[in-house]
Design a protein around this ligand. Structure first.
Ligand code: ATP
Ligand code: MG
Length: 446
């Protein structure tokens, strides 16, 4: 396997220690002791860092429990806490139905048609997502479906038990539940061992799970890159073998996942894996061909990955980078290649961006922003600022340019000077438009 030349892997975080708990202690109320009897559950004492647990998420769990329901922290937040990362959001799973949750919280709305979820809202735009336990579709028993008339639409939204909710998830490390009061991790599929072994493994047959939902392949790459975990060899091979299935997935989901690969501070490693495993060849074939042809483009491949390293550094220093800047940084060489030596560079750029609108649902707004940045950068590179500071994409263009210069090992003084000089001329952000870098909750899938 080829290795990235500039990966700058961070040292792995230290893991908290966990012990396998004995069965629930005798002084535990009978209903708790009985809760998951016969489901193959392993409980582990895992005193996670309370300071990293969102107090509002804890409040939601405790109120549900006091009302007699089961409620756990689940998914990404448990995984991140175990790996000593600060979770970016907190999800709760419960046996309460969405309406039951709404009845308990004034600040709650039920969202979604296919996947009905409760969102409990707190100050500062914080949302704690509360999902009712579901099980994998497949077995459909009409009595368990919310609305029998709507069986088809809701056939993948079948309520289930806690252990079924764990097993429907994608990777073992994403299927751990945290019992706040007992400070225990509940594990039905060996996820804790995989956290300790820093391994990404699917729940069930990898090829089947990837064919069921090809976006999971991109999620595997994202977790490997962002959390510095290894893909289990079976998972790795299954992605390589099934990468063509990505062409079947819902395009907006694919695009959202590409943004997540770029966004989380591990763009370099994510794109390396995407390329090396052949997934980039399915989603962004021109870019992939360009990297494959690295000999022909001399040190172009190196420049591409160095630019992504600069993007990761920007995320670390300044936080979320907006979507237009992300895409311009990713596509810079591909667009340069498409527009070099042709009679109508603008037309060629439009054609290329149109092909991405078609293939990966690149939103028109982002395509237009990328086009405007790419039209500005050649002049800026020559130090010709002109009217550019009045362009709403001037600052993103300077950001992209800075990363381009860093990737070429050139001085960024030019960008610094243009930034200083243009500062007062910057237009106020357009009213009523939400910068795309703002955090948001995207709908859950499966
Ligand atoms: P992140 O830190 O990026 O939010 P996450 O694991 O929390 O990572 P989400 O997209 O927020 O990812 O999903 C929450 C949980 O829902 C996951 O941890 C996983 O258990 C489950 N999940 C999400 N997407 C899928 C999917 N495509 N197939 C199966 N389970 C999924
Ligand atoms: Mg999440």
């Amino acid at each position: 396997m080829r290795r990235p030349r500039n990966s700058n892997l961070p040292a792995p975080p230290e893991l908290p220690s966990f012990t396998v708990a004995s069965d629930p202690s005798e002084d535990e109320p009978a209903d708790i002791a009985e809760r998951h009897a016969g489901t193959g559950l392993e409980r582990h004492d895992a005193p996670l860092d309370e300071d990293l647990i969102d107090p509002d998420a804890a409040k939601v769990v405790r109120r549900l429990e006091r009302a007699g329901y089961q409620a756990y922290l689940v998914g990404g937040c448990v995984r991140d806490l175990l790996l000593n990362w600060r979770p970016k959001d907190f999800d709760v799973a419960t046996n309460a139905r969405p309406e039951d949750v709404r009845a308990l919280f004034r600040n709650c709305r039920v969202i979604g048609r296919r996947f009905r979820l409760a969102h409990v809202l707190f100050g500062g735009g914080k949302v704690i997502e509360v999902a009712t336990f579901r099980r994998n579709p497949g077995v459909t028993d009409a009595s368990e479906v919310e609305d029998v008339d709507d069986l088809l639409i809701r056939s993948d939204n079948v309520f289930g038990e806690a252990h079924e909710d764990a097993l429907r998830r994608d990777f073992t490390i994403n299927a751990l539940f945290y019992d706040l009061d007992r400070r225990q991790v509940l594990d039905w599929c060996g996820g804790l061992d995989d956290v300790k072994g820093r391994t990404i493994r699917t729940i069930g047959d990898a090829a089947v799970r990837f064919r069921e939902d090809p976006v999971r392949m991109l999620r595997a790459i994202k977790f490997a890159a962002r959390l510095d975990l290894g893909l289990h060899p079976v998972v790795y091979d299954a992605i390589v073998a099934n990468r063509h299935e990505l062409a079947r997935a819902a395009k907006p989901r694919i695009f959202e996942e590409i943004l997540r690969l770029l966004r989380g501070g591990a763009a370099h490693r994510s794109m390396w894996l995407l390329w090396e495993m052949g997934c980039m060849g399915v989603l962004l074939p021109e870019l992939s061909a360009l990297l494959d042809d690295v000999e022909a483009m001399e040190d172009g491949g190196e420049r591409f990955f160095k630019r992504l390293t600069a993007l990761d550094a920007k995320f670390r220093d300044e936080g979320l980078v907006d979507d237009v800047t992300l895409m311009a940084t990713l596509l810079y060489d591909a667009i340069e290649e498409a527009t070099t030596g042709v009679r109508d560079p603008n037309g060629a750029m439009l054609d290329y961006l149109d092909s991405l609108v078609e293939r990966v649902s690149l939103p028109r707004r982002i395509a237009d922003g990328v086009r405007r940045i790419m039209t500005m950068t050649p002049r800026l590179l020559q130090g010709r600022v002109g009217r550019a500071p009045r362009n709403e994409y001037f600052v993103p263009a300077l950001d992209v340019l800075e990363m381009v210069l860093v990737s070429r090992g050139e001085s960024t003084q030019l960008v610094d000077r243009m930034r200083r000089e243009a500062a007062p001329a910057q237009p106020a952000p357009a009213q009523g438009r939400r910068p795309s870098a703002w955090p948001r909750r995207t709908p859950r899938h499966r």
